[in-house]
Design a protein around this ligand. Structure first.
Ligand SMILES: Nc1ncnc2c1ncn2[C@@H]1O[C@H](COP(=O)(O)OP(=O)(O)OP(=O)(O)O)[C@@H](O)[C@H]1O
Length: 259
């Protein structure tokens, strides 16, 4: 049987930046539901700027962004909060809340004006607590958590929001290798099992190659997009860093320091 492909998020000839300052242009990609996608590139190339533009925290400069075949700009704030959730690197102002309370905030687009949680809301909160192994921590204050635990709480809040698209800015910074892999595997599972589109910025290129369905490489020129194997075959990772310093080994999908 032919697989039905549902496009969720696309960018066409997108330019991003600040006022007259174009940071990156000619960004093109298209993501289906059920896809984990990393945005990679060197420091300062524009990964966070792109993520903030996709989350509508800042305006695009030109080109198109479509979400479910509708221009991103055309969504009302309430509609958008049911379509996309965003996890940014900034620590939440609400760290005095408990884990349970912070995750419950993810249900805000659905609660009535009193903010009362329905049994349906409670169900989504419980599913998120289970998925991110947070049951034992649910009554802890968020300021009492480690970076890795807090990161899981922030992603669980996005999961409780139950949007088809989740955007995350550097979800694995400050984490050790084990916890980086843990978070990325949880995101992969969420994307695949629940048919979400998950897009995150990262410097963990080797992990992204192993775990992501798609990668967008911001290089300021071609900005290649595709599945990791395609990008390796087309030698795009080789060009990412100056080769006198770091070289990409296509056989192992890893970077080696040039001796
Ligand atoms: N608020 C802002 N106003 C103007 N320019 C900005 C602003 N924020 C970032 N920039 C500039 O936009 C460019 C891209 O920054 P951005 O933070 O998107 O890069 P990045 O790829 O996420 O970097 P890193 O890997 O270091 O986090 C940089 O030149 C940066 O100085």
């Amino acid at each position: 049987m032919e697989k039905r492909i549902q496009k969720n998020l696309s960018a066409h000839n997108l330019a991003i930046g600040y006022g007259k300052n174009v940071v990156v242009e000619h960004i093109d990609f298209s993501l289906e539901l059920g896809t984990l996608c990393a945005i990679v590139g060197v420091n300062g190339i524009g990964k966070s700027t792109l993520l903030r533009t996709l989350g509508r925290f800042q305006p695009k400069l030109s080109g198109n962004i479509t979400l479910n075949n509708k221009e991103l700009d055309q969504y009302s704030p309430l509609d958008l909060s049911k379509k996309l959730s965003v996890v940014l690197t900034e620590q939440p102002a609400s760290k005095n809340l408990t884990v349970l309370e912070l995750i419950a905030l993810g249900r805000q687009p659905y609660t009535n004006w009193l903010g009362t949680l329905s049994p349906e809301d409670e169900k989504y909160i419980q599913i998120a607590l289970n998925a991110f192994l947070l049951n034992d921590l649910k009554h802890r204050k968020c300021h009492e958590l480690s970076d890795g635990q807090l990161q899981r709480v922030l992603i669980a809040r996005a999961m409780a929001q139950d949007t088809p698209l989740i955007l995350l800015d550097e979800p694995t910074t400050h984490l050790d290798l084990y916890h980086k892999v843990q978070i990325l595997k949880m995101l992969q599972q969420l994307a695949h099992d629940q048919q979400k589109t998950i897009v995150f910025t990262t410097h963990e290129i080797e992990l992204a190659i192993q775990l992501c369905d798609n990668i967008l490489i911001l290089d300021g020129k071609e900005n290649p997009f595709g599945d990791p194997c395609e990008l390796i075959e087309q030698k795009h990772f080789e060009k990412l860093f100056p080769s006198e310093m770091v070289q990409f080994d296509a056989k192992t999908g890893s970077f080696k320091v040039s001796k």
